[in-house]
Structures are given as C-alpha cells and as structure tokens.
Ligand binder design. Structure first.
Ligand code: PLP
Length: 380
C-alpha cells in the first residue's frame, strides 16, 4: 500500500520504535512509579528520559512539566478545560481542529466567552485580526501551528509576541508540526504545547504530550492514583503527578522515546526537507491538470505536510475509494474534523481528499500517485 495518510497517523514507524516497544513488553513492562522493584524502576527511568527528550525537542526547561497523554485531543482538553474559567475570554481561529473547537464550545456552558478569527480562503491568518480581538478578560489564545486541512503554517512566533505584549497565555496545537518543523517554546513564547506522539513524533497510537510552562497552572480534569502522597485524599499539587493519574502507557512511551531519538538523530530539518520536496512535487505536477483543484496557500513556502484537493466531478469519498481499491493508495476523504476550516476554504459541502507524506514516503510513490490522479481525472 502507498500510505499517504500520515497526517492521521504516521506509518510505518521506524524499526527502532517497534524494537523498543517489544523490549519494554518483554523485559520491564511493570507498573512504573507504583513499586520500587528493579523492573518498575527501569520503567520509571524510561519515562523520565522520555520527558527529557520531549523537553529537548521543543526547547522547554522543565521535564517534570512534560505530561504524557493519550493523543493530541487529550492534551488539548487538558490544557483548555484545565486553564479557562467562567468569565474568561479565549481567542481561536477558523482553521482549528475539533479537538480545539469542541472543548472551547463546551466551555460556553460555564460562561467562557470565545472569539473565532476567520482565516482567508487559503487558510491563512491575519495577525492583526487576533490583536483586534484581544480584550480585558482575554486569558488564552489557541492556534494550530499547521492546519490539518490546508497545511497552512501559522506565524506562531508573531502570535507568541502578541501574547507577551498583552499578557495572554498561548496554547499551540502542534498536532501536524511536531517532529516536522522546529518549535522553540522559549523563542515563540509558547505557554502550553499540545502534540500527539503518534504522528510526526513517530511513536505509537495512544501517546501524546502536553508541555505546561511554569507561568501556567492547570486544574486537573481527573484524580486518582499517582504512586505519590498516597495517604492524601487530595490530588498531589505538583507536576507531573497533578495531571497524570493511573497507570501510564509504558510500552507506548517506550515507542515514543525511540521515535524522538530517531528524529533527533535524523534531524528535523532533514525530515522537513524530504517531506517538503515531495509535497512540492505533488503540487507542481497536479496543478498542471485543470480538472484538479488544489486548496491552501498559493505560496508554497507557507504550507507543509498535507495537500487537500478535489477532482472536479467526483465526490471525495468516491475518489478515495478508487485510489484505495484500484491503485492501492491510502488517503483521507471528506471533512477533516475541521468544519470551520472547510468553510474558510469553501469546501464545506464537498469536502476534499487529503494526501499527506511522512518521513518514509518515497519519490516513486508520489510519482505513482500523481499518475493515478491524472488517469482518474481523464475518465471524468
Ligand atoms: C491539527 C490537529 N489537532 C488535533 C488533532 C487530534 O489529534 P489526535 O488524533 O492525536 O487526538 C489532529 C488530528 O489529526 C490534528 O490534525
């Protein structure tokens, strides 16, 4: 199968990820932090080392404020609902995924106000619109780093500057960019960063991270066993225990550990440049075909990771079905959990197929996909 659905979850994973998970499962998959025997300690060490790797990747000071979660959705809910209170105002954008929009929408029921900044037809934000929306009770700005629909890259450094100027906290959804673009939390003044472990970080499904800066304190969304302060009926008030209750996903974290080591040894720039070349090839070749409509920024330097398109006259689900059944190509069709983003780019009624490349996608596979799309368009 030619797998062009890496924006949903990356596949394949590096061999080192699989080996590390098997090693964990066969040698030391005890309950870390709950017991003090040798196996539990090896697991706890692995978890701490992984916190350090995550902190290193995003230039973040405190590994103990790296929280392990189950996916980016879990991280975003933890950040949004743990931070905002009744009477607060939050600003977000129309390019956000439902894992941002829905928690914010839900918080309206407890009196949280929100403003959604409309992005343009290319999926790009005008930063002045964000500045104009800031008011006295604005506590948080939440933006994606890269849109999962259009691949548009958001100016997180400039938005971070704005947040600093107005003393507003900044939460970045790095679901598409973590492991692909450089993210420097200090330089970009990011207070909280949410990322899945299973996409660009190359770990398995069931992993995610939330980095919580020292200027932010989150209310925990769940209480339970932490292996610490066991005689206290209150949830511990220190990180990571405050936000991590219950048995962690040790084999998953082991895989994430190896995924991040793979990225650090290959280098983010080299992964980005590989993916960017393939994406640009897709855009350059497919834009020659008048029957294919490509969405997203016209300026290729403003986009990465994903390419949404339609062939005029074919429903996106049907197109994805043909690609799968006749050409053995995996893509995602329809609406991409980002309803307002589809409105911004005017595809809310038709959806789009999305092709997304990963570190292991080959040039040959992209050429084959281009030929397949051109051939299908001829039959219309
Ligand atoms: C921009 C964006 N945010 C959040 C998510 C949610 O990620 P997860 O599936 O890990 O919960 C996704 C998933 O595709 C995404 O693309």
């Amino acid at each position: 199968m030619i797998y062009l659905d890496n924006a949903a979850t990356t596949f394949p994973k590096p061999k080192s990820v699989i080996n590390k998970m098997v090693d964990c499962m066969t040698r030391y998959c005890a309950n870390p932090g709950r017991s003090s025997h040798t196996m539990a300690i090896e697991g706890a060490k692995l978890i701490y080392e992984t916190r350090e790797l995550v902190a290193q990747l995003f230039n973040f000071d405190d590994p103990l404020r790296v929280i392990f979660t189950y996916n980016a959705t879990d991280s975003l809910n933890m950040a949004i609902k743990g931070f905002l209170q009744s009477g607060d105002h939050v600003i977000t954008t129309s390019m956000e995924h439902n894992s941002v929009l829905r928690p914010i929408h839900q918080l309206k029921t407890i009196g949280v106000e929100n403003t959604i900044i409309q992005c343009n037809e290319e999926g790009l934000i005008n930063i002045n619109d964000i500045e104009m929306a800031i008011k006295g009770n604005t506590k948080l700005i939440v933006t994606t780093h890269v849109s999962n629909l259009t691949g548009s890259i958001f100016p997180i450094k400039e938005i971070g500057k704005l947040c600093k100027k107005y003393n507003v906290s900044y939460l970045v959804d790095a679901a598409q960019s973590a492991g692909v673009l450089d993210i420097d939390m200090k330089e970009c003044n990011i207070d909280m960063l949410a990322a899945p472990g299973h996409k660009g970080l190359l770990g398995p499904q069931g992993t995610g991270v939330l980095l919580v800066g020292k200027n932010v304190d989150l209310q925990q969304l769940k209480e339970g066993g932490t292996g610490s302060e066991s005689s206290n009926l209150n949830q511990p008030n220190f990180y990571p225990d405050k936000l991590e209750s219950g048995t962690p996903n040790l084999p998953g974290i082991a895989g994430l550990n190896a995924g991040i080591k793979y990225i650090l040894s290959e280098g983010i720039k080299s992964i980005y440049s590989h993916e960017k070349k393939l994406l640009d090839l897709l855009i350059d070749e497919l834009s020659k075909n008048a029957k294919i409509e490509i969405y997203g920024p016209k300026d290729k330097s403003m986009r990465c990771c994903v390419l949404p398109l339609n062939i005029k006259g074919i429903d996106s689900s049907e197109l994805a079905f043909i690609l799968d059944s006749k050409y053995n190509i995996a893509v995602r069709p329809g609406l991409h959990c980002a309803p307002l983003a589809h409105k911004s780019i005017k595809t809310q009624s038709i959806g789009a197929i999305r092709l997304s490349v990963g570190p292991f996608t080959k040039r040959q596979e992209i050429i084959y996909a281009i030929n397949a799309l051109n051939e299908i368009s001829k039959g219309i």
